[in-house]
Design a protein around this ligand. Structure first.
Ligand code: GLN
Length: 240
């Protein structure tokens, strides 16, 4: 039988890659390989075409406001394609700056960056920056979701989106609501860097399994020995 394969688009890695975000790609690749499956990781640089028709998972990392400005202009040109991808159950994970660009807009004082509108959220830059280790809980996973956050933006959720997780320690979306990230169908946005997936293997497997299911492949993933990952998760949770 042919090996199951997933195509993973990594958008603008040279611009959106804070706090090791690219490590998330290695985790997806390895967790597939350990199960006899193959990832095709496709880095997409600014100006290159974004072929969502072949994508099984899309990843967007975080970046500074300046880098978001550059990327945002390019991204919004593809709004219709991204909306169709999300509507079709496409899997997408976005971290921090990438998360903010999935919303309606990111407001930076005088300037406003338009987003893709895939998530019913909007973001406003405020001071102080919200910085530190973070731990959250979500009904999707047994372990807490842990990592590191550093953002000036405060993100507010509309009625068409659910929070990704609830903050146990740290700031999350706005430091006040108790919500972290946002989710609609298979699109997840979160403030958590770290990188996110090495310490949160349940989230990595959720993305893989959702992508396999959408592709009509067996979504049940064989268990892996996650002793090290779970210990890293517990250690990070203690830091928060
Ligand atoms: N520039 C955004 C902010 O400061 C996102 C930062 C990030 O991706 N860590 O809110």
């Amino acid at each position: 039988m042919a090996k199951a394969e997933l195509t993973i688009l990594h958008l603008f890695p040279e611009l959106l890659n804070l706090y090791g975000d690219t490590g998330n790609m290695l985790v997806l690749e390895k967790r597939l390989a350990w199960r006899g499956m193959q990832a095709h990781i496709i880095p997409v640089s600014l100006g290159q075409s974004i072929d969502l028709s072949s994508a099984d998972i899309v990843f967007v990392g975080g970046g500074s406001d300046r880098e978001q400005g550059i990327v945002g202009e390019e991204l919004v040109k593809h709004t219709a394609d991204f909306k169709a991808y999300a509507k079709d159950g496409g899997v997408l994970l976005a971290v921090c700056g990438g998360y903010q660009l999935l919303g309606h807009e990111y407001s930076l004082g005088e300037n406003k960056l338009s987003g893709l509108g895939l998530l019913d959220i909007y973001t406003v830059r405020k001071t102080p920056r919200l910085i530190g280790n973070i731990a959250c809980t979500t009904e999707l996973f047994s372990q807490d979701v842990v990592g590191y956050e550093n953002h000036g933006g405060r993100t507010y959720l509309g009625s068409d989106v659910t929070p990704f997780a609830r903050v146990l320690h740290g700031f999350g979306n706005d430091g006040a609501s108790g919500f972290e990230g946002a989710r609609a169908n298979r699109v997840i946005g979160t403030y958590i860097h770290g990188p996110l997936l090495p310490k949160n293997p349940e989230l990595a497997d959720w993305l893989l399994s959702q992508a396999l299911e959408r592709k009509g492949l067996d979504p049940v993933l064989s268990p892996l020995d996650d002793t090290a990952e779970k210990r890293a998760n517990e250690y990070a949770a203690k830091l928060s």
